[in-house]
Design a protein around this ligand. Sequence first.
Ligand code: PMP
Length: 404
Amino acid sequence: MPQDSAPTLLREGSPAAPAGPRRPPHGAAFDWLDEARDARRRAGLTRTLRPRPADHPLLDLAGNDYLGLARHPEVTRGAAAAAHRWGAGATGSRLVTGSTELHARLESELAAFCGFEAALVLSSGYTANLAAVTALTAAGTLVVSDAGNHASLIDGCRLSRARTEVVPHADPQAVGAALSGHDGRALAVTDSVFSVDGDAAPLPALAEVCRTRAAALLVDDAHGLGVLGEGGRGALWAAGLAGDADVVTTVTLSKSLGSQGGAVLGPARVIEHLVNTARSFIFDTGLAPAAAGGALAALRLLGREPQRAARAGQVARKLHDRLTAAGLVAVRPDAAVVSVRAPSPEAAVGWAADCRAAGLIVGCFRPPSVPDGISRLRLTARADLTDDQIDTAVGTILATAPAV
Ligand code: PMP
């Protein structure tokens, strides 16, 4: 139909347009975004998406593929076979059609590997954290949350109806003090390894203060699985807390396991409760079979090749020692994340760009991703980096370092 003859459109200024106040121009509802964009530009905080070429020659110290498994042939074969067998998508939520034998196998093998009674696989580590925090709390619950926690735990607290008290970073005494004034149900939440600085939470001390007050402990082990604990069994295993009846942990399948997805691990009665009440589990399409198949293949590979876990930590410490010896300020890594201080957000962005131009991809953290306002380069120490690659990475970072 020619546009002119469209019967129902009233154009501004046309004789048929109703009289009255002038209508704002089309798109005016989003005019405020231009101001927000300009403010971001002025502060040097604009983020842009850059597609990653499949076979780029750059050295990658920015991704979270800690064990170098994302492109391992066994893992990609596991993913491809799962897609062929079960389809490209899960087709529905886990409680309807989205659960396959593969999901069940992944859950039981993941729980056994990490030493927990049961596991529940979700579509991401993010939704796993939302599920754990919201399902284990209610109005009247006190949540005590470390100031350095990942955004997904923070969002879980925001979504829950609980009262959240944020306590200073890695401070079991502060957790104890927050818990001591509370009578009802309580949950302490912490990352095991903090994603910005790569330092570890004092898990045994946290578990102890929680136990004395009958509080549950939820630990996000996104950066511990595959790196910490015997053969990469995670931070809870390393702390002697795997399978503890008062402890729940979440993991992601997207870092050490080189795939995608997340899981909650804990006592069977906790997992049963999540299946029945966790909204980010119930109302979300199940994890894609390819992601479950890839993660399962990676988990089995890690079981056969436990040395991969220790190597990631060694690479991180080597990077740290070389950079600090050269005068840079870096946090001593407890796992595979190395954080190097930059003098300003602009300097961090420029430093990361110079590294990239010289063939090295590094992460760049600046406000608002960092709560303390200190910008950093973030390096991930992959187990499959060779000594030559470590030399190259260190050389590039030092050669491009901004003057302080
Ligand atoms: N927790 C932490 C500590 C993380 O670093 C991340 C990923 N950046 C997540 C949870 C979320 O995991 P996913 O990417 O699988 O959603």
